[in-house]
Design a protein around this ligand. Structure first.
Ligand SMILES: *Cc1c(COP(=O)(O)O)cnc(C)c1O
Length: 422
């Protein structure tokens, strides 16, 4: 029964969607494992984990049970002057998992807000150290850090949002990723030139996600971290997409041996069940807020901060990383994606194929009809949703080899058809 669909849809405003021309959204009624069930009974194999969140697949019984238990006891309570076990346990566990002395956890409810909090931390850190002029942020081309005003200002300027809201956003400094020697010299010079006014550099370690699934190596990340240290600029690692195993390590920074000053987490934090995000600071960052001056405290506090249901889900998700072989599953997915997406390189209209961990991306060239591609994937029984100029797979880590093959075969088939039509 979908008697809710047409009347309700008349009142919904969908994200990133030109609603006059886009194909109607598919009514989804249930999820299980790596499958989404539609109202007409069809099942789609999910190739993108609901915007990269559902790392254990859907409806994992362990997470469901933890949320049910919490729901019966304390579904929500404000987080000022009160503290509860799910948040305390989660903070302790994140501090133990994260590298170095990343040990102070500030909870929020979305990735964009986690980045906003990181920016506040970085700017106020310098203010508290009597360096109020250090307040600008360096970000990288092809980066993506969120949809709110401060985070939009850190996204790739070629991206639509910038042109639309130009003049309403803070003015920040965009850099190229320092992936070779000349670019490293240029990046170093940039930090030297602007260092006196810079609060932080923000980077998506190893893989830039929503800005185009661009990948860089650990040496580049290590260089960025070294340059920040040399020039007395904080490093913010936005691991909202890469965190929790997606690139092959628990956190992408580990591969480069980098301990950023501030690190942002969200997407897979609750295994894709409830909204939650965390901004985690190193000891010296937190210490700069310790003072007898109330104005030196961090001024932020979302109403639903550290929601106990979400924290319970996140704790259950971390249990699964301990009890089930998630990183081994990611390694197996990486091997399979390398093999199964490689043939796309030979197709017309394909510019590049990139794989890292459980991320496989095919960059397209030429005119791209996203609606047509998306429709075709659904017809083939898979949920794959290309954006910009990339078709990508980021499946749940628990996906069976056979289902992963079905996803990759659908990508090859759809891109072969596109090449033939060109
Ligand atoms: C998704 C994402 C964000 C924004 O998170 P929201 O929860 O959508 O606000 C920020 N940074 C990165 C790297 C992301 O992938």
């Amino acid at each position: 029964m979908t008697d809710w669909l047409t009347p309700g849809l008349a009142h919904l405003w969908l994200p990133y969607t030109q609603m006059q021309t886009a194909p109607a959204p598919l009514p989804v009624v249930a999820s299980e494992g790596v499958r989404l069930r539609l109202a007409d009974g069809r099942e789609l194999i999910d190739g993108i984990s609901s915007w990269w969140t559902a790392c254990h697949g859907y409806n994992h019984p362990h997470i469901r049970a933890a949320v049910e238990r919490q729901l019966a006891v304390l579904p929500h309570v404000m987080f000022a002057g009160l503290v509860h076990e799910p948040a305390a346990r989660l903070a302790l566990r994140l501090a133990a998992l994260l590298p170095g002395d990343l040990e102070r956890v500030f909870f929020t409810e979305s990735g964009s807000v986690a980045v906003e909090v990181a920016l506040k931390m970085a700017i106020q850190y310098w203010r508290n150290k009597d360096r109020p002029e250090k307040k600008r942020i360096v970000h990288f081309r092809h980066g993506y850090h969120g949809d709110t005003f401060a985070t939009m200002a850190l996204c790739d300027p070629e991206e639509g949002m910038h042109a639309l809201f130009a003049g309403s956003m803070p003015d920040q400094i965009m850099a190229e990723l320092p992936s070779d020697e000349p670019m490293r010299r240029a990046f170093d010079l940039l930090l030297e030139t602007h260092g006196e006014r810079l609060a932080a550099v923000i980077s998506e370690p190893l893989v830039q996600g929503a800005g185009g699934m661009k990948m860089h190596d650990a040496a580049t990340l290590a260089f960025i971290a070294g340059a920040c240290e040399r020039h007395d600029v904080l490093l913010i690692a936005d691991e909202i997409m890469t965190g929790f195993g997606r690139t092959g390590r628990m956190f992408a920074c580990e591969e480069a041996g980098v301990v950023p000053d501030i690190l942002c987490l969200s997407k897979a934090l609750t295994g894709g069940t409830l909204p939650l995000a965390a901004t985690v600071a190193r000891r010296h960052v937190f210490d700069a807020f310790q003072s007898d001056d109330p104005a030196a405290a961090l001024m932020h506090g979302p109403t639903y901060m550290a929601n106990p249901l979400a924290c319970a889900a996140a704790n259950a998700s971390l249990d699964l990383f301990e009890s089930e072989p998630r990183l081994a599953q990611v390694a197996a997915i990486e091997c399979a994606l390398r093999e199964e997406l490689a043939p796309c390189r030979e197709l017309g209209g394909v510019a590049d194929v990139r794989v890292k961990g459980a991320i496989g991306a095919v960059e397209l060239a030429g005119r791209i009809d996203l609606d047509a591609l998306r429709r075709r994937f659904a017809e083939l029984g898979v949920w794959v949703r290309p954006f910009g100029n990339v078709v990508y797979l980021m499946p749940p880590f628990v996906i069976a080899a056979e289902d992963l093959s079905t996803l990759a075969a659908a990508v090859r088939r759809v891109l072969t058809e596109r090449a033939q039509q060109a």
